[in-house]
Design a protein around this ligand. Sequence first.
Ligand code: ADP
Ligand code: MG
Length: 255
Amino acid sequence: MSTLLDARGIFKDYGRIKVLKNVDLDLGEGERHVVIGPNGAGKTTLFKVLSGETRPSAGTISLNGRDVTHEAGFMRTRSGVGRSFQVARVFLEMTALDNIIVAVEAREATRRPWAGLLRLSAARTVADEAESLLAALGLAAARETPAETLSHGDRKRLELAMNLALRPKLLMLDEPTAGMSPTDRQAAVNLIDKVVRENGLSLLLTEHDMGVVFQLGTRISVLHYGEVVVSGLPAEVRANPLVREIYLGRNAGHA
Ligand SMILES: Nc1ncnc2c1ncn2[C@@H]1O[C@H](COP(=O)(O)OP(=O)(O)O)[C@@H](O)[C@H]1O
Ligand SMILES: [Mg+2]
């Protein structure tokens, strides 16, 4: 299994606040690595550092063996990293379909800058692709609905569709089921499982819900006050006494 993402010795400080402390995290091709940890542990900050939204204070990040530590986020998108946000980022005034069309066009514009010349014939292909993504993510009924009036769960799905439109190799999802009902959550997990399988993606996920963690993860790392305290196979992590104490024990209800 070749290593897709490799982060070594990551520190992130905001002034005197030390949010990430010497985090090592790697992800092999086809792996599904879940980062868990209590609120405020630094999960979202780690995602921001890995996706290039913010620079680490120290440490290195490589993608496919290439050092990308000082590369801007959009370059990482071009290198195949797709990322969703804890609060879905979509174009609120545009319909679900148009949101996906924008994402497909953005991909085409960066990968084939000359595609604009073929715009008329390309427009149909783009629309077809957007329609099939819409259907694949169960959003066909929301085709003409402006994103701002979509339910929370549908907005998350739309964001996922936009991510897939970029044809990533690595999908990073920050608490994709946060704020969902148990039914919606299970549907979202099934959907993530399906798209990861069908597109042969690698997955890096942060999650609060333990059911989701153990259903999706092939590897789990536990972040606690900005440090990775345990990393291993789901069964190892589940059995780890420290994890039981800080995460699965007294706070299991919250988790
Ligand atoms: N831009 C920032 N400036 C200062 N502190 C921040 C900033 N972003 C996050 N933090 C702090 O870093 C800690 C971890 O936050 P976060 O990464 O959002 O954790 P999690 O996603 O695990 O809940 C929190 O204490 C938070 O207040
Ligand atoms: Mg977070």
